[in-house]
Write a new protein. Structure first.
Length: 172
């Protein structure tokens, strides 16, 4: 690690990101309660990047079996945000095919686009499944898809993650 980088002071936002990663590790069972409390305290009192990096040193993300971890990309670009919004909008016209194609193409180049395309795909698959199970009565839900797709697209365009409530997460 570059010494200049390690000596840079950290912001509250950077401290909070580390605390979120600690919460994830605690939820995964990789930290016990006492260690979580200690590391959270260390993160919140860190002054430099070296101090903050030390809190997470042995907690590198673990990829699920058969998958490689997504690359850390930083903030999304305007192109990524636009492609993510398109993934949500395509679901209205193509049901699940549009979001699936976006996930398999643009999603390979961008973790941000993939995250939104997967969310759109899961939403469309859930609506399709409800329609099939209810013998077409679920088709009324398709009226709601425009609203959900529009809200998700706005989130995507502003660079924020979006989690559709009450859907099956069939695709990870």
């Amino acid at each position: 690690m570059d010494s200049g980088y390690a000596d840079l002071r950290v912001s509250n936002a950077e401290r909070e990101q580390v605390v979120e990663r600690l919460q994830d590790a605690y939820a995964e069972g990789r930290l016990d309660h006492d260690e979580f409390d200690m590391r959270t305290h260390l993160a919140m009192t860190s002054k430099t990047r070296r101090d903050l990096d030390a809190v997470l040193l042995d907690l590198q993300p673990v990829a699920p079996a058969g998958r490689t971890p997504a690359a850390v990309t930083g903030p999304s670009t305007s192109e990524e945000r636009m492609l993510a919004a398109v993934a949500h909008g395509l679901g209205y016209f193509t049901v699940f095919v549009g979001p699936l194609v976006m996930m398999l193409t643009a999603g390979k180049r961008s973790a941000y686009v993939r995250e939104h395309a997967v969310e759109a795909l899961n939403f469309q698959l859930t609506i399709l499944l409800v329609t099939i199970v209810t013998f077409g009565l679920g088709a009324v839900l398709y009226a709601v898809t425009w609203l959900v797709a529009a809200v998700a697209a706005v989130f995507a365009l502003t660079g924020q993650p979006f989690r559709t409530p009450f859907i099956l997460r069939l695709v990870k």
